[in-house]
Every structure is written in C-alpha cells, then in structure tokens.
Design a protein around this ligand. Structure first.
Ligand code: PLP
Length: 467
C-alpha cells in the first residue's frame, strides 16, 4: 500500500457550489436588546418577526431560493397573455420531461394544487393515507370531508433512528387500513418524498414500487406530493443499491412513474419564489381540474401565475435536476447537520434534505410538551443571534378536528431550513455556534403559554408569553 502523504496536505478534497455570486443583498444583526424586543413584540412566534430584523433566515426553504441568471433572463421573456401564454407551454414541457406526467394545471403554489385535488377526489367519509401529514395537505383533505391516516414507518417517529429511508410507507399499516375501511373509501394514497414533518427523510424506490403494487391490486390511485422529490431522488442515488451511477433526473422520472399524478410546490425544489402545479395522467381528472382551477386560481394556462413566473419555474425545474446542483444543495444541509452533531447538539438523524431539525425534547427535557418546548427553542435561538428557525412540534400539529384536543406529535422539533443557493459556509458556521450557545444555556429555559390561537394552521399566527 502507498504511504499516506506526509505533512498538512488533506487526503480528502473539498467540493464547492457549482455557481458564483453575482448580486448581493445586505443583511444585518440587531443588538441583543433589539432582538429581545423584536421577539417579544412578535409574541415569541418567529413567523411574526419582520424579516428586516432577521440576520440569517432559516424559517423555510419555501420561495426563498436564489434564482440563476438564466431564470432571471427568462423573467424578461414573460408572455403575459391571459390565455395560452408560451411560458405555460415551456412549463408543461419541462414537467412532462422531468416528472413524466401527461397533463399539467398550474397553480399559485402547492396548496392551490392540494385544494383542487382534494375537492376532485375526496368524498365526505373518505380516508386518505399518507407517509406522515403535512399541514396544508391534511387541512385540504379534511376540508373536503376526508380523514388523514398516518401510515409512515414507525422509525420516522424516533429522532435517533439512523435508518436510511425513514420516509417509507408502512405497507402493513396501509394494507390494514384498506382491509378495515375498504378500498372504495380510499380515493388515493398520498405519498411524499422527502417527508418534511419527519425531518426531510426520504422514501426508497423499492418502497414507492411496493406502494404502487399494493394499491394497484385494490384499484387505488397514488398521488405524490412532489415538493422535494428531486431531493428524494438524490438520496435514492446516494443510499439505495443500484442507483449510484444513475443521474438524479433519471431517478426522479422512475420515482414519479410509481404514481398517478402529483401536487407540487415549485417554491421548494423548483427554485422559484412563487408557483406550483397539479399534474395527472388521467384525461378525465385533468378535465375536472382544468375546470375547477378557473374558480380558485385562474385560467388553466396560468393558474394564478404571471407568464414570467411560469418561465422562471420551467427553467428552475431544469436546473433543479442537475446532479452538481442537488449535491451542493443537500451537501450544505449535511455540513450544518454534522457540525451540530460534532458540537453534541441533539438533532434528527440522519440529516434530512432541506433542513436540520433540532430535537427540542432532548434539548429541554424539563419543559412539558404543553408548554411548547420547540416554540421556546426557536424564540431563544433568535434572541441569541438573529437566526430565525421554525417550530415543528405541538403548535404545528394543531388540534384534533373532532375532539378539539391538541395533537401530541412524537416529534417536537425546531427546523433550521436552508434556502437554496443563498447562504455561505460562514453563515452555517455562525448558525451552528449560536445553536451550541443556546444548548449550553438549556437548563434555564422555562417554556411558553399560548395567548392567541387562530382556528386554522395556528402555527403561522399564534402568540405566546414566557411562563
Ligand atoms: C410547502 C409544502 C406544501 C405546500 O406548498 P405551498 O407552496 O407552501 O402552498 C405541501 N407539501 C409539502 C411537503 C411542503 O413542504
């Protein structure tokens, strides 16, 4: 064997982002006293902070990505015709090529597509199984009269479990539900990869295929929440035997081919600030959707988007499936995650695709879930450094539609969500140092009391006071 090289030369070569910066946007950190005042005025809810008062904004990766020069050039090519804009046809072509579905209905963002799909397919009394809930997805299913049933694998609920595909569907749980309520009470199975609420965890191709087989036997459709399907395809490439040498673009198409259609928030994978779509393979469903979209979004060739926005999304889709892009995107998230692990901070493992999730239960064992440990942690992090994160625990889980009680999710998390192509490694370092400082001060934390609670999606606008 060759001898290891002597001296300070590293044996592992670093990689870097496949882009350079052309435009910058100044940000500034407020003083500690100003941050304390800002978070108190925001009712200890990071959604209610002014973005100007935030230093590093890790609230969400939704609509916060940086567009490329090619996308911005496309914005100048907007065809703002009311009907039949050329940008719609570019978008349709990009979705057909990279996701593989036949028919496309644009919507203003993901929840617009969820609304259409839920209204078309769900009848009151139906059940919609899914691999963990997502806030807007479940709400639209419920508003249409359906009941969401979680059929994710049990390890998804354990932040310390290192399984590579914690987003998988528990096939036995799905089969048991079909047996219990009957296939005709299940309009579709809603799968998502990666699974946002489980910590950005992927589902495997083998599992997607198995879901396809099981549902086909019962004549049940599979609809994909494709919001982060590109990131999911990257994890399949990295972790699933047989995919290492396949391009992410090819894996994405194979993954989508296990489903009958998708809802999509273009604000995530597709690298735009606004936009989404519903895509289906069945002509009849398409006709219903393109009729209904006129009521809620706009004509079926713009669906609530400007022509320029559709062009930016069409180009964003092309960029999103580039292997170098997706490697750098997920690589930055993993960089922050492993830095926190090295500092001894409890995080959800393995590190997810779009965010690092702090385990607020392990952070603050002294705070009961009723006193909102994750909400407390997000507020403390902002006060420490102006880094804005998001609660993903009991506040996000909301109340049971029937009993009115809190849902008590097993995971009580704070999400540090990384926008695409926006922050540098130094921003990640500062974030990790701030989380470590809050962790070191964990014993003095005491929890919060909710003083205002909106009826729908309460996490957006709820207000709190320190206990
Ligand atoms: C963001 C998101 C949605 C909803 O999309 P919007 O564009 O915010 O309306 C649906 N599903 C998942 C998994 C998401 O992350």
């Amino acid at each position: 064997m060759a001898k290891e090289p002597q001296g300070r030369r590293p044996t592992r070569r670093s990689w870097a982002e496949p882009w350079k910066v052309k435009v910058v946007e100044p940000i500034k950190m407020l003083s500690p006293a100003e941050r304390e005042r800002a978070i108190a005025e925001a009712g200890y809810n990071t959604f209610l902070l002014r973005s100007e008062d935030v230093y590093i904004d890790l609230l969400t990766d939704s609509g916060t990505s940086a567009m490329s020069d090619w996308q911005w050039a496309g914005m100048m090519m907007g065809d703002e015709a009311y009907a039949g804009s050329r940008n719609f046809y570019h978008l349709e072509a990009a979705i057909r090529e990279h996701y593989g579905y036949r028919y496309v209905v644009p919507t203003h963002q993901g929840r617009g597509a969820e609304n259409l799909l839920s209204r078309i397919l769900i009848e009151p009394g139906d059940f919609v199984p899914g691999n963990m809930y997502f806030t807007t997805t479940r709400l639209h299913q419920e508003l249409a009269g359906g009941t969401f049933v979680d059929v994710i694998v049990p390890e998804a609920h354990d932040p310390a479990d290192e399984s590579p595909f914690k987003g998988n569907v528990d096939l036995e749980a799905l089969e048991a539900l079909i047996r219990k309520v009957g296939a005709d009470r299940i309009p579709y199975v809603c799968i998502a990869g990666t699974v946002n609420m489980a910590g950005g965890q992927p589902m495997s191709m083998a599992n997607a295929r198995a879901v396809r087989e099981l549902t086909a036997r019962h004549g049940i459709r599979v609809m994909l929440d494709a919001t982060r399907a590109v990131e999911n395809a990257y994890f399949i490439q990295q972790r699933e035997p047989g995919y290492r040498d396949k391009p992410v673009a090819e894996i994405l198409r194979e993954y989508c081919s296990c489903t009958d259609g998708c809802t999509m928030s273009g604000k995530k994978d597709a690298l735009v600030n606004i936009g989404g779509w519903l895509a289906v393979n069945e002509r009849e469903l398409y006709e219903e959707a393109s009729n209904l979209v006129v009521v809620y979004e706009g004509l079926h060739t713009y669906g609530g988007m400007a022509g320029r926005d559709m062009e930016a999304m069409a180009r964003g889709i092309v960029e999103s499936v580039d292997d170098d892009h997706i490697h750098a995107r997920v690589g930055q998230v993993e960089y922050l995650g492993h830095k926190l692990i090295d500092l001894g901070v409890p995080v959800v493992r393995p590190i997810g695709g779009h965010a690092v999730y702090l385990d607020a239960r392990a952070f603050y064992p002294q705070i009961r879930q009723d006193d909102f440990p994750a909400q407390t942690l997000a507020a403390s992090l902002y006060a420490d450094s102006g880094v804005r994160a998001m609660e993903r625990g009991i506040v996000s889980a909301g109340r049971d539609a029937e009993t009115g009680e809190h849902h008590y999710p097993a995971l009580e998390l704070v999400r540090l969500t990384i926008p695409r192509r926006v922050y540098t490694q130094a921003h990640m370092d500062l974030t990790a140092e701030s989380v470590a400082a809050v962790f070191d001060a964990r014993e003095s934390a005491r929890g919060l009391k909710m003083t205002y609670e909106p009826k729908y999606l309460r996490f957006f606008q709820a207000r709190f006071e320190p206990l």
